[in-house]
Write a new protein. Sequence first.
Length: 230
Amino acid sequence: MTSVFSDAGTARVLKDRLAHVRWIAGGTGAGKSTLTQALADRYEVAVYRGDRAEHSWLERCTPQRHPHLAGLRGLPPGAMWHGRTPDQVFQAMPSLHGEMVGFVVDDLLAMSDDRIILVDYFGILPDHLAPLLRRPGQAAFLLPTAEFREKALAARYADPARARATWGTEQPASAVAKRLLRDALWDEEVRRQAVAHGLDTVVIDGSVPVSDLADHVATRFGLGRAVAPG
């Protein structure tokens, strides 16, 4: 897999234009949103939530440039999982092929650069992110242990309405089991690529309080002086 920004000139310009951006990525169920909010509560930063922005990308994608993402357009809930193995779902992920990063970059360039922006987003790999970074300390990839993720997803889909909206007619227990295996493949890909690019991975097992994790990431991100509460 190669970066969608492999052209040296383009990558150099984007590194400069995105120098104020910090990235919190990694695996599902790792607490990315919780960490991002903890940092946003402390510091004068803007927040970009990639999961929320994804809905608009389906309207903007094209089969030529985003074949995997365009293939999801119009599918009912859970359809991408039906009749597929975890590896097949993994291989079909638009993020695996770098189809999401261009949308994220476009959205970020449309935002004000008068303060640091924290990106909270699952769907970007180190291979695709590294060309956008001036330094490795602009990104952190959170990777949950299997036990931590299993508990997080069990809580997330405990609401039957949310489970139906996500999985459709597929049985939630079966779908979550498949999801856990797919996510383990994603984590391994993140870990392998992060090592190659010298990017930071943080194992999340629940033993470190969010406040301490925020301290670590804030230092790595160079977020500076925190805003006084109240």
